[in-house]
Ligand binder design. Structure first.
Ligand code: SAM
Ligand code: SF4
Length: 472
């Protein structure tokens, strides 16, 4: 079994449960300090753990509303209206772990086990491409079947599938933590972000929900997982916590701590942060003591937005459309659309055993076109852009939110070009109308004539000359 012991000389446990718990208990509400911290966030300065604790201490509805409004304002003025669209693709649900909350855990005998065959991967990717997707996240259980070589081969297979104008241009990974050399194997296959959620940063709870004699029981091996990724040259990583296992305030502070740790040690923080809430699973009783209600969920998303200014925030289809709609306004930057999480669920629409191959149940099952339509209708700019990582613009020197002019020069033009492709190839007539109007409105906002003219010329090539995959 993999363990942390061989790395104990180079890695530290940077999560101190007592320190975080004391901060939560000892920080009282102080509206003047909260306002000062909000001002710091507005200048896109990362918050310390202590400052984040001060935001978490705000309980009075008026002060919480100020925090919500600050997150909305930061979203409007700094991050703009782009929302990046992706889809999850579950590759296999065999698992040697026994995480108490998960539908893939080994002791759950009612789960139908499956790994997609090569042909099934091709069918799934074709179905995803046929609906307009360009970015996927591949999801794996933890099992010897899913070796680094298997993950790498799967990534290459996904990239190789081309259907009509469809192709997948960015493949992210959500899988078990690897050893340093193994990250090199998956990186060579051309992955984007490597995501590992710590699930809970609270040591005692972690041990409780990840039974002994499973790989995942080793807290530090997991905590150190993304540091090993950095050491292997993967500078694009995603962190996350599964909300509902322990006190949500503790998890928020620990994620901020993790983010600051990576920033300090490797010069670049996590590319994305995820905050899934636990969903129900067949034949599974999950202790509800720490479940997070919608109001607190909104608080945690708003506070994370204020605390980690350069980090993309991912909100998945675990959540229902209403809450997704509301939280987009708080600075969420990526959502999945048209998602299916049962193995083979994109190409096989028969409902027979689907539920028993799922990890949990989804809250938002709307088709991608409906979500794209709604995003545009609500003033957002859906983006399928994959330019940065393909041009090597990752890591410290290329943090889209950190560099003045970056968004106008690259992100918005690329969002418009990829939206135009979507409208030409996959959209319904209603979405086409709305989308073309959005593109015209966005064009009128450009201040740099050179970028605008080049963009207009490329949009024209997509529309009239059948060109695809043009990017800045
Ligand atoms: N097996 C790998 C691991 O555990 O890191 C990656 C895949 S796992 C299927 C992806 C994530 O799903 C987990 O990290 C966990 O946060 C989340 N998850 C597990 N059970 C869940 C549930 N019942 N509801 C919502 N999310 C869940
Ligand atoms: Fe396996 Fe991951 Fe589920 Fe745990 S969360 S049982 S490791 S798939």
């Amino acid at each position: 079994m993999k363990t942390y012991k061989d790395r104990s000389s180079v890695c530290e446990d940077f999560i101190n449960d007592d320190y975080i718990t004391d901060l939560i208990n000892d920080t009282g509400e102080d509206k003047y300090k909260v306002r000062d911290i909000i001002t710091k966030s507005m200048a896109k300065k990362p918050l310390s753990v202590k400052e984040t604790a001060m935001l978490l201490s705000a309980e009075s509805p008026e002060l919480v509303e100020e925090i919500f409004e600050a997150a909305r304002e930061l979203k409007r003025s700094v991050y703009g209206n782009r929302i990046v669209i992706f889809a999850p693709l579950y590759i296999g649900n065999y698992c040697t772990n026994d995480c108490k909350y998960c539908g893939f855990r080994k002791s759950l005998r009612t789960t139908v086990r499956k790994t997609l065959s090569q042909e099934e991967i091709i069918s799934e990717v074709r179905a995803l491409e046929d609906s307009g997707h360009k970015r996927l996240i591949l999801v794996f259980g933890e099992h010897p079947k899913y070796s680094p070589e298997f993950i790498a081969d799967t990534v290459k297979k996904v990239y190789s599938v081309k259907h009509g104008n469809g192709e997948i241009r960015r493949v992210n990974i959500n899988a078990a933590p690897l050893d340093t050399n193994d990250y090199k194997t998956v990186k060579e296959a051309g992955i984007g972000t490597y995501q590992i959620f710590q699930e809970t940063y609270h040591h005692g709870t972690y041990k409780k929900v990840h039974p002994e004699n499973t790989c995942k029981n080793d807290y530090l091996y997991r905590l150190d997982g993304l540091s090993r990724a950095f050491e292997a040259g993967c500078d694009d990583v995603g962190i996350g916590a599964l909300f509902g296992l322990y006190d949500w305030k503790f998890e928020v502070l620990a994620m901020v701590q993790h983010s600051l740790f990576l920033q300090e040690k490797f010069g670049v923080g996590p590319h994305t942060i995820s905050f899934p809430r636990i969903k129900s699973v067949h034949n599974t009783l999950i202790d509800e003591k720490y479940f997070v209600n919608d109001y607190d969920f909104k608080r945690l998303v708003a506070i994370l937005r204020l605390a980690v200014p350069y980090t993309g925030m991912i909100l998945t289809a675990r959540e229902n459309p209403d809450i997704r709609r509301e939280l987009l306004g708080f600075g969420v930057s990526q959502i999945d659309a048209g998602s299916r999480i049962e193995l083979g669920g994109y190409s096989n629409t028969k409902l027979d055993e689907r539920k028993l191959k799922e990890q949990f149940s989804l809250g938002d099952m709307r088709p991608i076109d409906e979500i794209i339509y709604e995003l545009i209708d609500n003033g957002y700019l859906p983006s399928f852009c994959t330019a940065c990582y393909r041009l090597g613009r990752t890591g410290e020197r290329f943090m889209e939110f950190a560099i003045p002019g970056f968004i106008e020069k690259y992100c918005t033009p690329n969002a418009l070009l990829t939206l135009k492709e979507y409208l030409m190839d996959y959209a319904s007539p209603a979405t086409i109308n709305l989308g073309d109007a959005l593109i015209n409105r966005e064009l009128s906002k450009f201040s740099d004539e050179k970028i605008k003219n080049e963009l207009v010329s490329r949009l024209e090539k997509i529309e009239n000359k059948g060109k695809r995959d043009l990017y800045f």
